[in-house]
Design a binder for this molecule. Structure first.
Ligand SMILES: Cc1cc2nc3c(=O)[nH]c(=O)nc-3n(C[C@H](O)[C@H](O)[C@H](O)COP(=O)(O)OP(=O)(O)OC[C@H]3O[C@@H](n4cnc5c(N)ncnc54)[C@H](O)[C@@H]3O)c2cc1C
Length: 475
């Protein structure tokens, strides 16, 4: 196998599009009075996968309409342009092996750079006390049993996983032999001597709500992809933030991108597919590429209905609850208390990273709250959230009291266009659903990071958009 990455020849693409172009011409004539346009392809969602699919199709002459529910392009690529240091609230790391992403970056002249170095080290805040990562193993309040005392709390889960990843290839997770690993992630904790202390520690950076509810196979797959992505060196960032990439992709398209168009129905009608939005507007196309996350796709009516197992997968595959927040400080409180500015904590704030810019070693602090703490945060009003950040920071790092300015809080869980950071698998779901996640339904094709087989994250979104385009061309 390997990372399957190929482009169709131009001849093959044009042959594939010929039928669609013909039907477009006919329907445009038939409806010329109303000037109701029929498109070759409607792309639902202007995130990376949708923009990339549109880019590939447009290059081959297809007529395309992109419908986007929010008031911006980019989806989970979202640079906080109004926050000092313009940090990314979503995807930011471009791996060295992100072949498709890097190819588009090059074509559009988007600049990449190394991540500026933040101050070294990490403060560990455990149950009301502080130490540093360097001192953790010898720290008198370290509650771990002697044999694992030296493992930093954020590395506990990783250390419990098999040293040799049983997944040889990037798509091995879909092979029947891999199903033996489709078990609760918590099963691995037994070797660490599972305890409440360990559970509390691993929950801080867990990519889900509980280790019982996460498939170990899904995590092994992520680890396998990560190993591949890091095999050629550290990832890079887009200069000015990752939204510069999606902005450039959108600007390079000639197709219309309609924003504030929340798709609510995709209905097959003869050889046309009618896509209807929440404001009552509707559009027709020969094909639809739907890139919305499952978390919102489950609320889109699709007719004829999807096969039962596919519908079940869409309804049940979970998304990681995640909230991010940003603050700056009037003074460098970390110089006052002598601890590293970046923090791993057992507080509701979980992890707080000091992000550097090219000008400053600490340009802004980025808080990252996942899982149940994100849900708890979402239950608060904005004023309560701000108060919680200020009070918790004053408790964890007393030297920060009175010095913090909060700039932004963004919940991916509450954000109606995503309802979560990314999809993950519950134990048994990979076995139950297999590769159904990417099955086309008649002329409706599914893309988005959740439908990628080989890559994940940003590159997974590109891979999925490319695969959906191939499906259309090969029909
Ligand atoms: C906090 C965070 C950090 C991350 N860090 C990284 C990283 O460092 N590296 C990496 O590789 N990946 C990272 N990722 C993942 C990466 O950002 C995503 O995998 C990728 O951006 C997903 O692109 P997509 O096109 O699949 O989905 P999306 O970007 O979600 O695009 C879907 C689009 O559909 C729109 N939409 C939703 N519902 C409707 C509807 N009903 N009608 C019309 N439009 C609709 C949405 O508004 C959105 O624009 C991160 C993600 C998060 C949240």
């Amino acid at each position: 196998m390997g990372n399957s990455f190929f482009y169709p020849t131009r001849r093959r693409v044009l042959t594939g599009m010929a039928g669609m172009a013909g039907s477009f011409a006919l329907s445009a004539c038939a409806n010329s009075d109303e000037a109701k346009k029929h498109y070759d392809v409607i792309v639902v969602g202007a995130g990376l996968s949708g923009l990339y699919a549109a880019r590939l199709l447009e290059a081959e002459g297809a007529s395309i309409l992109i419908l986007e529910s929010s008031d911006r392009v980019g989806g989970r690529i979202y640079t906080m342009d109004d926050v000092p240091g313009t940090p990314d609230a979503g995807g930011m790391e471009i791996g060295q092996m992100y072949a498709r992403a890097r190819s588009v970056v090059g074509e559009l002249g988007v600049a990449l750079e190394a991540f500026p170095s933040s101050p070294p080290g990490m403060t560990i805040h455990y149950e009301g006390e502080n130490t540093t990562m360097a001192d953790w193993a010898e720290w008198p309040s370290n509650p771990l049993p002697d044999n694992i005392k030296a493992i930093p709390p954020f590395a506990l889960m990783r250390s419990a996983m098999p040293r040799e990843n049983p997944l040889e290839e990037l798509d091995s997770w879909l092979e029947p032999a891999a199903q033996a690993h489709d078990i609760p992630l918590s099963d691995y904790l037994k070797d660490l001597g599972d305890s409440d202390v360990i559970r509390k520690m691993i929950n801080v950076s867990l990519q889900g709500d509980h280790a019982e509810n996460i498939s170990a196979l899904g995590e092994l797959r992520k680890a396998r992809v990560g190993q591949f992505e890091r095999s050629n060196g550290p990832s890079e960032k887009v200069v000015g933030g990752c939204s510069r990439l999606t902005d450039a992709m959108a600007a390079s398209l000639t197709s219309e991108i309609m924003k504030n168009k929340k798709v609510t129905e995709i209905i097959r009608n003869g050889d046309q597919t009618i896509v209807t939005c929440g404001d009552g507007s509707s559009f027709s196309a020969s094909h639809v590429i739907c890139t919305t996350p499952y978390s919102v796709l489950k609320n889109i009516k699709i007719e004829p209905g999807l096969p039962e197992l596919q519908r079940l997968a869409i309804n049940e595959i979970p998304y990681l609850p995640s909230t991010v927040f940003y603050f700056t400080t009037s003074e460098p409180f970390w110089e006052e208390d002598g601890l590293p500015p970046t923090m791993w904590t057992t507080s509701i704030l979980e992890r707080i990273f000091a992000l550097a810019s090219n000008e400053q070693p600490v340009a802004v602090f980025w808080g990252l709250i996942n899982g149940n703490n994100s849900r708890a945060f979402d239950m608060m009003s904005r004023a309560q959230q701000e108060q919680t950040i200020l009070m918790e920071m004053a408790r964890i790092r007393p030297a920060s009291a009175g010095k913090i300015t909060i700039h932004k809080i963004h919940s991916w869980t509450a954000y109606p266009h995503n309802r979560g950071a990314w999809s993950y698998w519950k134990p048994g779901q990979i076995t139950q659903f297999g590769s159904i996640y990417k099955n086309a339904h008649q002329n409706i094709h599914f893309a988005g990071e959740h439908t990628a087989t080989y890559a994940a994250g940003i590159e997974g979104a590109f891979e999925s958009g490319e695969r959906a385009v191939h499906e259309i061309l090969e029909m």
